[in-house]
Write a protein that binds this ligand. Structure first.
Ligand SMILES: Nc1nc2c(ncn2[C@@H]2O[C@H](COP(=O)(O)OP(=O)(O)OP(=O)(O)O)[C@@H](O)[C@H]2O)c(=O)[nH]1
Length: 548
C-alpha cells in the first residue's frame, strides 16, 4: 500500500482511517514483529473508510499509521482509538522499526489501560522528532469498530469537556424523567408509568455501558460483566419497552391475542439471551441481541401505528411520533456499530439523540393520556349525576348540590325554599298516547323549567314525572309566586307538547326551610304540600308559610 506520512503539525480532523494502512489477520494471531514484516512485504492495503468497521465476530484487524515530526522537540498528541466495548486493543509506538512503547487495552483485560468514556481508548503520546509509526491491533467478538483520531492537547480537552456536558445533560434528563414517572406510578398505580421509568433506567444503564462510563468508573474490575452488560441491556431495554408500549396502548383490551404473541416474543428473547450469556456464547449473544433490538424497534412502531389506525387509543399519535424518533436514532447507531452504515459521530450519538427526543415526547404522551383519562372520569362523574332522558341533574346530584346551599343558608340565617312539582295524570298520557309521547312531554317540561329557573336555583328530576327546585334566598311566599308562574307557563306551553293538542297541567307543593331543619324533612314538607295540591283538585300551588 502506498504509505501516507502525516505531519504532526496540522493533522486532519476526525478519524484517520483513510490515511492508514490495514491488514486483516487470517491465521493465528500476529505479533508486532510479524505484522511489521507483513507491512514490509506489502500485505497491508490502503484504508478505504475513516472508521474501520467490520461487524460482529470479525477477524482481528491491524492498522498502521505513519507520522512525521519535522521539528526537533517532542510533540504531545492524544491518540483516541477504538470503541470502549472492544475486547482487545493493542497499541504500539514504533521508531526506526523498534517499539518504543506499547499499551495493551480492551474491556476483557481488567489490568489494562482503561477506556475514556464515549471516546474510546485514549493515550497521551509524545511524538519524538523524526519518523514514527503507530500500529494498532483490534480483536473483538462484539462489533469491531476502530476509529483512530489524533488530537492536540487543546482539542482533547475540548472533546472531553463536550462529552462531560453532553452526558451530564443526557443522564440528568433521563434520570429526572425516570424518577418523576416512578413517583407517578407510586401515586397513580398505573403500570405504564412503572414500565416507562424502567425503560428510561434501562436506556441510561445501557448507554452507560455502551459509552464505557460503566467500565471506566463503575465496574472496572469486572471484565466478564462488561462483556455482556451492553448486550444484556439491549435485551432488557427491548423487553421493558414493549411492555410499556402494550400497557400504554391498552393492547390487552384491543387485541388480547397480539398481546400474548408479544409477551411470548419478549419471554423467548430474554430466555435465549440469558441462556447464551449463561453458556458464555459471546458471539451468539451479540448476534441475538442485535437482532432482538432491531425487531423490538420495528414492533414498537408497528404497535403505535395499530394504536393510531385501528384502536384509536388515546395519545397513540404522540406515541408513534416518539417511537419513530427512538427507532430512527437507535437504528442509526445499531446499524453503524453492526457495520451496515458508516460509523460517524452522528451515528455514534444517534441512539442518544433519538432516545432523548423519544423520552421527552413520551413524557408528553403520558401526560396527554392522563388528561384524556381524566376527562373520561369527569364525564362519567357528570353522567352519573345526570338524568339521561331530560339531561337534568338527578336525585343524587340534587342532594349533593343542595347540601352546600342549605349549609350556607343555615350559617348566614338566610331563607331557602323547595318546590316539588308533579305533572297531573301523567299515567293517562302514557296510556293514551304511548310511552314515547310521555317521554317527549317530560323532555319539553324539563326544558321549560330549566329556561324559567334562575342560575342560582337547583332544578332536578326527582323521579318519574316529579321535579324538584331548591331556591336559595327565597321565602315560601316568594317561591309560591314563582310556582304560580310556572304553573301557568306549563299549561300554556303544553298544548304543543302533545300530539292531541291537550294541555298538560302540574301540581306544586312548597316548603320553606326552618332553622336546623334536615334536608329530608324539608323535602317531606314540600311533598305534603304537593299531596294537598293533588287532593285539592290538581293544577294548583300549595304552600305553608314559616309562620304557619
Ligand atoms: N313516558 C314516561 N313515563 C314515565 C316515566 N317515569 C314515570 N312514568 C310514568 O308516569 C306515571 C305516573 O303515574 P302516577 O304516579 O299514577 O301519577 P299520575 O298519573 O301523574 O297522576 P297524579 O300524579 O295523581 O296526577 C306512571 O305511569 C309511570 O309509568 C318516564 O320516564 N317516561
Amino acid at each position: 500500500a502506498p504509505q501516507q506520512v502525516l505531519s504532526v503539525h496540522g493533522l486532519p480532523q476526525g478519524s484517520l482511517g483513510r490515511y492508514a494502512q490495514v491488514l486483516q489477520e487470517k491465521g493465528p494471531p500476529l505479533t508486532l514483529e510479524a505484522a511489521q514484516s507483513r507491512w514490509r512485504s506489502g500485505a497491508f492495503t490502503a484504508g478505504s473508510s475513516a472508521v474501520f468497521n467490520t461487524g460482529i465476530g470479525a477477524r482481528p484487524l491491524w492498522v498502521r499509521l505513519a507520522l512525521r515530526n519535522p521539528g526537533d522537540a517532542a510533540v504531545p498528541l492524544r491518540l483516541a482509538a477504538g470503541a470502549t466495548w472492544l475486547d482487545q486493543l493493542d497499541i504500539y509506538l514504533v521508531q526506526d522499526g523498534k517499539p518504543v512503547a506499547a499499551w495493551p487495552a480492551g474491556d476483557e483485560r481488567s489490568e489494562a489501560h482503561p477506556p475514556n468514556p464515549a471516546i474510546g481508548y485514549t493515550i497521551d503520546l509524545s511524538i519524538p522528532p523524526g519518523d514514527v509509526e503507530l500500529y494498532l491491533r483490534a480483536d473483538s467478538t462484539d462489533p469491531l469498530v476502530l476509529p483512530v483520531e489524533l488530537l492536540t492537547p487543546q482539542q482533547a480537552m475540548a472533546q472531553e469537556r463536550r462529552n462531560h456536558y453532553w452526558y451530564g445533560f443526557l443522564y440528568g434528563v433521563m434520570l429526572a424523567l425516570a424518577a418523576f414517572n416512578l413517583t407517578l406510578f407510586a401515586d397513580l398505580r398505573q403500570r405504564s408509568y412503572l414500565y416507562y421509568s424502567l425503560y428510561l433506567l434501562c436506556l441510561v444503564v445501557g448507554n452507560i455501558a455502551y459509552t464505557g462510563h460503566g467500565y471506566a468508573w463503575l465496574w472496572p474490575n469486572a471484565p466478564h460483566f462488561q462483556r455482556y452488560v451492553i448486550l444484556g441491556m439491549m435485551g432488557l431495554l427491548s423487553a421493558v419497552g414493549l411492555l410499556f408500549a402494550c400497557s400504554f396502548l391498552s393492547v390487552a383490551d384491543h387485541a388480547p391475542r397480539l398481546l400474548r404473541a408479544v409477551r411470548w416474543y419478549i419471554g423467548a428473547g430474554l430466555l435465549l439471551l440469558a441462556s447464551l450469556i449463561a453458556f458464555d456464547e459471546h458471539l451468539a449473544t451479540a448476534q441475538s441481541a442485535f437482532v432482538y433490538m432491531t425487531t423490538f424497534a420495528v414492533i414498537m412502531v408497528a404497535l403505535g401505528t395499530l394504536g393510531v389506525v385501528r384502536w384509536r387509543a388515546p395519545a397513540a399519535r404522540h406515541f408513534v411520533v416518539a417511537a419513530w424518533c427512538g427507532m430512527l436514532g437507535a437504528s442509526l447507531t445499531v446499524l453503524a456499530v453492526w457495520g451496515f452504515l458508516p460509523y460517524t459521530t452522528l451515528s455514534y450519538h444517534g441512539l442518544e439523540a433519538g432516545v432523548l427526543l423519544e423520552a421527552v415526547l413520551l413524557a408528553r404522551a403520558v401526560a396527554y393520556r392522563m388528561r384524556v383519562q381524566q376527562d373520561a372520569t369527569l364525564l362519567a362523574e357528570r353522567l352519573a349525576g345526570t338524568d339521561p332522558l331530560t339531561s337534568l341533574p338527578n336525585r343524587r346530584a340534587f342532594i349533593e348540590r343542595s347540601a352546600v346551599i342549605l349549609k350556607l343558608a343555615d350559617r348566614k340565617q338566610r331563607a331557602a325554599s323547595v318546590i316539588m312539582l308533579d305533572l297531573d295524570h301523567f299515567k293517562r298520557i302514557n296510556d293514551e298516547l304511548g310511552h314515547d309521547a310521555g317521554d317527549r312531554v317530560l323532555v319539553a317540561a324539563s326544558a321549560l323549567l330549566q329556561q324559567m329557573c334562575r342560575a342560582s336555583d337547583i332544578l332536578a328530576r326527582w323521579g318519574g314525572e316529579e321535579f324538584i327546585i331548591l331556591m336559595p334566598d327565597t321565602t315560601a311566599s316568594q317561591a309560591g309566586v314563582f310556582a304560580e308562574r310556572l304553573r301557568v307557563a306549563i299549561q300554556e306551553a303544553s298544548a304543543a307538547w302533545r300530539p292531541d293538542g291537550q294541555p298538560v297541567t302540574a301540581s306544586f307543593g312548597i316548603a320553606e326551610r326552618r332553622e336546623g331543619m334536615p334536608f329530608n324533612a324539608l323535602v317531606k314538607a314540600a311533598d305534603v304540600q304537593l299531596y294537598a295540591a293533588k287532593q285539592g283538585g290538581r293544577n294548583r300551588v300549595c304552600f305553608q308559610t314559616r309562620a304557619a
